[in-house]
Write a protein that binds this ligand. Structure first.
Ligand code: ZN
Length: 137
């Protein structure tokens, strides 16, 4: 079994951003030389998420609005007693989850026709990273 690990770095301009990382993950998979296996894509932070869905601007705006409904910015989160102000970002990360696993088939990401891998940032303007670990043969 082979394994290959790489990292994607982000320093977003905005507090919230949705970044399509499908191509970057695909490049890492091709570099790994793995033909059959899996790739784990995992945000290394507690205020960001990685998910698989459509690369459609209206949907992304809907996701943002939906997350704001479920986990709105509020000043009275208990987490803010630590001096932080990002309680909503932690909750948004929990809703979308921090990682995905994508199959690798014949050396390529085996995604459905509309599936794209996204990095979602909820507490941006700082250095963040995602680990990409491919395993297989
Ligand atoms: Zn925090």
């Amino acid at each position: 079994m082979k394994s290959h690990t790489d990292y994607l770095w982000f320093n977003t301009q905005h507090e919230h951003e949705y970044i399509n990382i499908t191509r970057d993950v695909d490049v890492i998979v091709k570099t790994s030389g793995i033909q059959e296996g899996f790739v784990l894509v995992s945000a290394m932070h507690i205020t960001a998420a990685v998910y698989v869905n459509d690369a459609e601007a209206g949907l992304i705006a809907d996701i943002e609005e939906w997350l704001e409904t479920l986990a709105p910015f509020r000043s009275d989160y208990r987490h803010h007693r630590t001096g932080e102000t990002n309680g909503d970002a932690h909750l948004k990360s929990l809703i979308l989850h921090h990682e995905v696993i994508v199959p690798i088939t014949e050396g390529k990401l085996d995604l459905g026709p509309w599936q794209q891998v996204y990095y979602a940032e909820f507490d941006g303007r700082r250095k963040k990273r995602v680990v990409v670990k491919a395993i297989g043969e």
